[in-house]
Design a protein around this ligand. Structure first.
Ligand SMILES: CC(C)(COP(=O)(O)OP(=O)(O)OC[C@H]1O[C@@H](n2cnc3c(N)ncnc32)[C@H](O)[C@@H]1OP(=O)(O)O)[C@@H](O)C(=O)NCCC(=O)NCCS
Length: 164
């Protein structure tokens, strides 16, 4: 497949495979460095690295993930649980190319097919770019709460979209 053919088609979505694990963990480590590490205490970054948190998470949930590819390469993934996307990560190298939008569209279709009337996401208050992304996709704030993020209490926001 040539790059131009795939670019015209946009990101492709498929279910995650066992062989994707390393790449998914690498993407999660990359977004951690951009979004979470600068906003959390240094000890959380040490804990993240020392305990290979991304790899542990991916090993547990990969079978319930959707993956986006560009030119055959994995560019991002979303983990679904019930009516919630618990995790959404796009390789920072390909941000703003429609990967997140394509993953959320596929997640919404999957959640709708399971009979849910809404899709929810949760994110830290400091993650303003994520809130702008979800707002652009029609999500609205429905709740504020405090959650444990790598052992740290962090203010979080729930955003919800009613599925048509
Ligand atoms: C947030 C994230 C998932 C967005 O994925 P993406 O592939 O870069 O986003 P898309 O290209 O699909 O963007 C779709 C629309 O969302 C909005 N948007 C996306 N990123 C934005 C940003 N940083 N600021 C403002 N609006 C943004 C825009 O309206 C965009 O459309 P446009 O590019 O045509 O203007 C991705 O940047 C990411 O993985 N971030 C780090 C991890 C994270 O925060 N995950 C969510 C945790 S809950």
């Amino acid at each position: 497949m040539t790059g131009s053919e795939n670019s015209a088609a946009g990101p492709l979505i498929r279910s995650a495979e066992d062989a994707d694990r390393e790449r998914l963990a690498a993407i999660m480590d990359a977004t951690w460095q951009v979004i979470w590490a600068p906003s959390l205490p240094a000890h959380t970054d040490r804990f993240w690295r020392d305990n290979k948190v991304a790899r542990m998470f991916v090993d547990q949930v990969w079978a319930f993930c959707l993956v986006a590819t560009i030119d055959g390469a994995v560019a991002g993934f979303a983990h679904l649980s019930g009516d919630q996307v618990t995790s959404l990560h796009v390789d920072p190298a390909v941000k703003r190319r429609g990967v997140g939008r394509a993953l959320m569209a596929a997640a919404e279709a999957q959640v709708r097919s399971l009979g849910f009337a809404q899709l929810r996401i949760e994110s830290e208050v400091f993650n303003a770019s994520a809130h702008a992304f979800y707002a652009a996709l029609g999500y609205r704030e429905t709740r504020r709460f405090v959650d444990d993020v790598v052992g740290q209490d962090v203010d979080c926001i729930e955003m919800t979209k009613t599925l048509g």
